[in-house]
Design a binder for this molecule. Structure first.
Ligand SMILES: O=C(O)CCC(=O)C(=O)O
Ligand SMILES: [Fe+2]
Length: 204
């Protein structure tokens, strides 16, 4: 089986999901997005983000003028669709966490989209990792530190790569500087999808 490469506590599993597996995931995500469409979120200060977002699971992460938070419904008022079984299988492969993710955030990066360095810290249980799945175009992923600033390292994430942010890297800063738009044939209209799997509620 594939194995991981660890950099600054981030575990990258290159090519964990093969092309057939990626195509199944895209089908599942298209079905989910037909229920809970992508939206362009705005930051609490009113700045539109360049990625478009939706989610599956009991909670979705949202941002708008009222702040960053997890919500049990899509902004339209519909429940988020369930997390596909194939996505839960990835979690089971790369983590030994006893809990299952309650949110699968779906980010779509079009040409020019990026995500600034940030920490994922709106969750209730930092004992569980965040698992990220890349599909479609290559994305330049930057791995930073617990504190703002300092030296960072970057890696091009390709379609089918999985990253685990756990242990000492659970609260490390990270972001996506750019994508190579058109570098993959997986998505009909190009772009990059990133899924992040998160345990949202407090531990038992
Ligand atoms: O797109 C990525 O690879 C990372 C996404 C991310 O950090 C997030 O959604 O919090
Ligand atoms: Fe993140």
């Amino acid at each position: 089986m594939a194995d991981f490469i660890e950099t600054k506590g981030f575990r990258v599993w290159p090519g964990l999901i093969d092309r057939a597996g990626q195509e199944v995931l895209v089908d599942r995500l298209r079905a989910a997005l037909s229920v809970a469409p992508l939206v362009q979120p705005v930051t609490p200060r009113g700045k539109p983000m360049s990625v478009r977002m939706s989610a599956c699971g009991d909670y979705g992460w949202v941002t708008d003028r009222r702040g960053y938070r997890y919500e049990p419904q899509h902004p339209s008022g519909v429940d988020w669709p369930p997390i596909p079984e194939e996505v839960l299988a990835i979690w089971r492969t790369v983590t030994d966490c006893a809990r299952l993710p309650e949110c699968c955030l779906i980010n779509w990066y079009g040409e020019g989209a990026r995500m600034g360095l940030h920490q994922d810290k709106d969750e209730g249980d930092f004992g569980c990792p965040v698992v990220s799945v890349s599909l479609g175009d290559d994305g330049l992923f930057r791995m930073g530190n617990l504190e703002r600033g300092g030296k960072t390292e970057s890696v091009w994430l390709k379609s089918g790569d999985v990253v685990v942010m756990g242990g000492g890297a659970r609260l490390a800063h990270h972001g996506v500087d750019r994508i190579r738009f058109g570098s993959s044939t997986l998505l009909r209209d190009g772009g990059r999808i990133n899924l992040t799997l998160r345990v949202v509620t407090e531990g038992p």
